[in-house]
Design a protein. Structure first.
Length: 165
């Protein structure tokens, strides 16, 4: 069930987005979707008893998170652009390593949090060990937006992946 569900989730968008429906492209899409589904089925469905309804609810909570994250990426891009183009750039850049403990518990939540931090310009997740994150931040402002300082990203991820219903 996990493999089949993961395969469908991967293959259907691939079909829609590829726009190529000849034998070669469809068979490559089938092969790639099957391989990724085989390797990643436990990432999407970590528990054997997750129902399709629960998965759909999780997906419906994930869509607003993606929109919010996209906006945060835009804001961070503007911040990094201002820093890069500023005549006093050397005064604005203050790289530092930030370590914080997270409240997320599930592996998928940690995965999404680490990647969300890295996707946001000015920050890179360096290491995740258990519930402890180590992140490199380019500026003080970038560091202040991390979950250890401001937990909005973390709260949103918990709402998506760890909220029951």
């Amino acid at each position: 069930m996990k493999f089949t569900s993961t395969f469908i989730i991967l293959f259907l968008p691939w079909l829609v987005l590829s726009g190529k429906y000849d034998l070669l492209h469809v068979s490559m899409g089938l092969l790639c979707s099957a391989l990724v589904a085989f390797w990643c089925k436990d990432l999407l469905f970590p528990k054997d008893n997750i129902s399709i309804i629960k998965f759909c609810k999780r997906l419906m909570r994930f869509i607003p998170y993606i929109c919010w994250l996209f906006w945060q990426i835009i804001l961070s891009n503007v911040h990094v652009l201002k820093v890069a183009l500023s005549p006093s750039m050397h005064n604005l850049i203050s790289p530092k390593m930030v370590s914080f403990d997270t409240d997320v518990t599930e592996e998928i939540s940690k995965f999404v949090l680490a990647n969300s931090i890295t996707l946001t310009p000015g920050t890179v997740t360096v290491r995740v060990e258990g519930r402890k994150f180590l992140v490199h931040a380019l500026t003080k402002k970038a560091a202040s937006g991390l979950p250890g300082e401001s937990d909005e990203m973390e709260r949103r991820i918990i709402n998506v992946f760890e909220k029951e219903n």
